[in-house]
Design a binder for this molecule. Sequence first.
Ligand SMILES: Cc1ncc(COP(=O)(O)O)c(C=O)c1O
Length: 356
Amino acid sequence: MNITYIPLNESDMKPVPQALGFGNNFTNRMFMQHYAPEKGWYDATIGPYRPFTLDPATAVFHYAQEIFEGMKAYRRPDGRVNLFRPWENMKRFNNSATRMAMPTVDEEEHLEAIVQIIALEQEWVPDAPATLYIRPTMIASDPTLGVHASKTYIHYVIIGPVGSYFREGFNPVPVYISDTYRRAVRGGTGAAKTGGNYAASLFVGVEAKAKGYSQVLWLDAIEGRFVEEVGAMNIYFVYEGQKLVTPPLTGSILPGVTRNSVLTLGKDLGYEVREEQVDVNEMLADIQSGKITEVFGCGTAAVIAPVGKFGFKDEEYVINDYQVGPVARQLYQTLTDIQYGRVEDKFGWTQVVEGG
Ligand SMILES: Cc1ncc(COP(=O)(O)O)c(C=O)c1O
């Protein structure tokens, strides 16, 4: 990929912020390239972070043909910068693109663009426990209301420092189980990282907040019986402190990089790890009997998010006395130690950003 570097003006330069929220601060530069059928991807640039000017008829605004990724860069103790399994995000970006009838991007070139922008913006990578969040995105850019796949696209990458994802920090969160609404259906787009899945989830999120919960547990859309995901995270159940169970990837669940890492790490730490369907009623009964000792969500943003309780049909089910359990704590510690380069990476999961 031939990237053109556009110089920044004085007015493009913002100082690095000190107080960090999630997703409110972006660096001074962004990566962008365009696609047209006759040219393929063209005009790749790294230049000033700028708003877009798009025709109000632009396809993405109407039919949500768009995809994105979420990954992070971590400041190592030696001052260099780590990426965590970035190849998996590049692969998933292309899987999402294919599902949404969008063009794919060369995975090596995409990663190279990300590495280049981080290397240029390295002073924006905060020290642990904060991180630099990376948001690759592709949008349909044809200025037309016809309902069909766009011919033209814009692919861009924005990055910005982030603090903790949850207000609660590494503490248990209360989770609401909707009896009515579903996130994704088998055969639909749940396994793709596309905006529509998130738009569809917002209504229940509002309902959950109003009832005092911070996340939603999603059940399968066909029977409303099997557990799928929690908020924008995959989910794990811990049975009797030694068996980890996560639902299998049946098409409506996003194949999380963290979920996959916990499968490997869990086995390595000596747990029995299974991909099995979890019936919501059995699961709640297992919480009440104490057979389920911990529940946690996992994803790039929060890493590991312990669930303190579920609310379902006006009943509450408290897990592990609303305390962070030992398995969640151990996985959080081990994963973040690898991500930040504080321990040896025996799985080969990290990549140091050269020049970063
Ligand atoms: C719906 C959904 N499930 C699960 C995940 C976790 O995926 P990952 O571990 O790759 O961040 C995400 C993204 O963070 C998500 O948006």
